[in-house]
Design a protein. Structure first.
Ligand code: 1HE
Length: 261
């Protein structure tokens, strides 16, 4: 990680098997410009093998104000297509990257910031978090994969409402619909995300791969292909040395039991 050069708008820190990546542009409310987005690509590409989970957070009072609107001024139509595609490629690195990613959401999680949040695997929201898609009021459209990743989280009807009327969801509403999986007090998000990331880092790596790469694809496929792919994935997982070790440990009363939630 030390070897890779991140832009000044990003900060990375390693904590054992967990890497923490922070959007470090609080003076611009962590607005996402090309440099920052490409910096995220460099970070996710360069993750060393010993890193087993990533926490993504934003510095300052907001997770992210979305697309850096100053960049829109200079772009023509085809430039817009290229830009949106570049975000798609970047966020793919997160959604289908090397390791699971846990995001801490606080303050504004809007526009491209919400699209970024949709690309991670676990979302921990602080009570200050709020969600909006102000693209409608800016005369633009989502371009960071939002029309693909947000409907499964929000529903098409709610997303339409947010885009057409500027409706904002608060943290409680986001939690109630499953947009965030955890809701914690202000200031408690990072610790919760690190705790979850450490737990994830302790899983068998193939299981983490199967959950992040195979599960969403199986869920989107037709049932016949889904069952066949699931059977193969399950067989590969149980054939792994790590799975055999963990099963043996449980059968010899050394493995952890499931605890009541
Ligand atoms: C920005 C941006 C930005 C702030 N691009 N510079 N996103 C939006 O439409 C959201 C626009 N931002 C806001 O509504 C507000 O800034 C916030 C609610 C997020 C925060 O408010 P506040 O009062 O804390 O901050 P501020 O005073 O509005 O902004 C502080 C500075 O950040 C200011 O710059 P300064 O030089 O005057 O200090 C702002 O101009 C700057 N700033 N947000 C550029 N977004 C791939 S398609 C994705 C499409 C989208 O993401 S559309 C949604 C865009």
């Amino acid at each position: 990680m030390n070897a890779i050069k991140l832009p000044s708008s990003l900060r990375a820190e390693l904590r054992g098997p967990v890497a923490i990546l922070r959007l470090h542009r609080a003076e611009k409310r962590n607005a996402l410009n090309d440099t920052l987005v490409q910096g995220m690509v460099a970070f996710f590409d360069a993750l060393p093998a010993e890193i087993r989970a990533v926490v993504l957070a934003g510095d300052g009072d907001h997770f992210s104000a979305g697309l850096d609107l100053t960049e829109l001024e200079e772009r023509d139509v085809f430039g817009g297509v290229a830009h949106s595609s570049s975000w798609h490629r970047a966020f793919e690195r997160i959604e289908f990257g090397k390791v699971p990613v846990v995001a801490v959401l606080h303050g504004a999680v809007v526009g491209g910031g919400l699209e970024l949040a949709a690309a991670v695997h676990i979302r921990v929201a602080e009570r200050s978090a709020y969600y909006a898609l102000p693209e409608g009021s800016r005369g633009i459209f989502v371009g960071g994969g939002g029309s693909v990743r947000l409907p499964p989280l929000l529903g098409v009807a709610r997303m339409m409402d947010m885009m057409l009327t500027g409706r904002t969801l608060n943290a409680e509403e986001g939690q109630a619909i499953g947009l965030s999986q955890y809701l914690v007090d202000d200031g408690a998000g990072l610790a919760k995300a690190i705790e979850l990331a450490e737990r994830i880092a302790g899983n068998a790596p193939f299981t983490n791969f199967a959950v992040t790469h195979m599960l969403p694809r199986i869920a989107r496929s037709d049932p016949a292909a889904g069952f066949a792919t699931e059977a193969l994935t399950a067989a590969i997982a149980q054939g792994e040395e790590e799975a055999k070790k963990r099963l043996k440990a449980f059968l010899e009363k050394r493995g952890p039991k499931v605890v009541r939630g």
